[in-house]
Design a protein around this ligand. Structure first.
Ligand code: GLN
Length: 307
């Protein structure tokens, strides 16, 4: 039996209270397609495990999910490879920026976890080895898990990521030099950038992340995950989902989740709800300012977090 909580009222209250932060931070501008997004936007969608859904403001506006795509990629790779996936990538928080090279060199090209760029590039390589058309299958999986067949890649974002992706190319080259990438480097990078370019709304993301609330095992598009695997996926989100701000997010919000430089954050309260929030202005660590505030208030006001 779910507690009686007026989620709609809570979401509206949160929006009112975080408006003061609407000019704080700066949107991602490393590619023109993201720099052009109107930063004065905010959306939020919460979906309960009983199917009820609550939204506020721009919950149906699509945005670039960027690194949130790393969760879907890991779910597919865990389904395909089981525990052996951890021979290719670690599961320790990095404590460094998502695109840092320093640690990667020091640790001989073995990425700390699948949610930093280096780890996600290795996961992209794994998916390419296992699937005949990884690009199509990834999109099919995302469409299936979110229940929205219209979700697609943003070609312009993908192209521009490639054009300006010098740091990611450096990471991929370092990985390759240590024998951590099997497939063609350019093709792996192209697939990685395509995954980052997927556009979804808060409503799409809340629906997709509902699968990770672990009410039951799932099988989307022929990619099954057991309850135990979903639990472990949540553990990695909890410890590694926010780069060098994972501790802060755990402290303030207390939910497993994943952010992206498009300004989106998706999070999970196991057994209770999935929530997605979006606002383009980022803090210096690359996480949405209003998004973090909104989720902090959500778990404080509902008294629902994993702790
Ligand atoms: N496309 C971005 C990159 O590879 C994704 C990073 C992110 O969302 N943190 O740099």
């Amino acid at each position: 039996m779910l507690k009686e909580i007026d989620y709609q009222q809570i979401l509206e209250g949160i929006y009112q209270d975080i408006k003061v932060y609407s000019t704080e931070g700066k949107q991602a501008d490393y590619i023109p397609a993201l720099a052009r997004v109107n930063p004065e936007q905010f959306g939020m969608c919460l979906r309960l495990t009983n199917g009820r859904e609550f939204t506020v403001e721009d919950a149906d506006t699509r945005f670039s999910i960027q690194s949130i795509s790393k969760v879907f990629a890991l779910a597919m790779a865990m389904s395909l490879k089981g525990e052996s996936i951890w021979e290719r990538v670690g599961k320790e928080p990095s404590g460094t920026a998502f695109n840092s090279l320093v640690q990667l060199e020091f640790e001989k090209g073995f990425p700390r976890n699948p949610f930093i760029n280096a780890g996600a590039i290795v996961i992209a390589d794994v998916l390419m080895s296992e699937l005949t058309d990884a690009g199509t299958t990834f999109l099919d999986f995302v469409r299936d898990i979110s229940g929205n067949k219209t979700i697609t890649y943003d070609r312009e974002v993908a192209r521009s990521e490639r054009e300006y992706g010098f740091l990611n190319a450096a990471i991929a080259n370092l990985l390759k030099s240590h024998g951590r990438i099997v497939n063609d480097l350019e093709e792996v990078l192209a697939f990685y950038f395509r995954m980052c370019s997927v556009t979804m709304s808060c409503r799409d993301l809340a629906r997709a992340f509902l699968a990770f609330t672990n009410v039951e095992p799932f099988n989307y598009c022929g990619f099954p995950l057991t309850s135990s695997q979903i639990k472990r996926l949540n553990a990695v989100m909890q410890t590694c989902g926010f780069y060098d701000e994972a501790g802060e997010f755990s402290y303030l919000v207390g939910l497993p989740g994943k952010s992206g430089v498009g300004g989106g954050i998706a999070a999970v309260c196991p057994g209770r709800y999935a929530v997605a929030v979006w606002s383009p202005r980022l803090n210096p660590k690359g996480n949405s300012v209003m998004g973090m505030k909104a989720l902090e208030l959500l778990t404080t006001r509902t008294e629902e977090s994993i702790f």
